[in-house]
Write a protein that binds this ligand. Sequence first.
Ligand SMILES: Nc1nc2c(ncn2[C@@H]2O[C@H](COP(=O)(O)OP(=O)(O)OP(=O)(O)O)[C@@H](O)[C@H]2O)c(=O)[nH]1
Ligand SMILES: [Mg+2]
Length: 209
Amino acid sequence: MNETPLKKILFVGRSNTGKSSVINLLTGKKVKTGKKPGSTRDFVRINFGREFEIIDVPGFGFMYGVEAEKQEKMKTKIIKYLEKNKDEILFAVEVLDLKMFPELAQRWKERGYIPLDVEWYYFLEELDLKPIVIANKIDKISPFELEDYLNNLVFELGLSGHWKELSDVIIPFSAKTGKGFKELRKAIHRRLEELGELGLMKFIRKKFY
Ligand SMILES: Nc1nc2c(ncn2[C@@H]2O[C@H](COP(=O)(O)OP(=O)(O)OP(=O)(O)O)[C@@H](O)[C@H]2O)c(=O)[nH]1
Ligand SMILES: [Mg+2]
């Protein structure tokens, strides 16, 4: 096997946050989504010709019906994969459920832990994978509260500045209504431009259907 490795964009995030849904929207490819966390149980490679693939990484944190030991194994598998394939990964997209984020983050912190979503963000940063954070499911948040949710996210991720100035990193989004699609596309465009890979934009849909 002497194939050139495909360039990859990696989608990560806790279970049920909408990773597969976002991939569907962006590419028009049918990726399995589901109501129960753990719909995607193994790495799914979504191929685009011979140059590019999107990797739908199984949700970490909680997988429905999958016991703790298996989850731990999956976490190790994801970390190993990242370390091994680092050079072919263009950048990462972390999808989180903004509606659930504050409560979950609080719960983890009360127990003395770094919230899982935050830990992953740091980890991806550390690997220099320049994560774009999709703050998904904003359709579940009232417009009056959205600002607070986003400020809280910026704070928890340890970023400075207003979320509006961080449009390269945090994208308020709804895979249900398509809100944020244009902004997400722009952020992806910028990442690819920096990498000299703008040719790959042809695989990203122009608008939300
Ligand atoms: N209301 C709302 N529901 C959403 C949104 N995005 C995804 N969902 C729903 O959330 C559930 C999980 O979506 P998936 O795309 O399967 O999530 P996933 O992150 O791939 O989940 P795993 O594969 O289990 O890790 C599905 O029922 C989706 O329809 C959103 O923006 N708003
Ligand atoms: Mg999935």
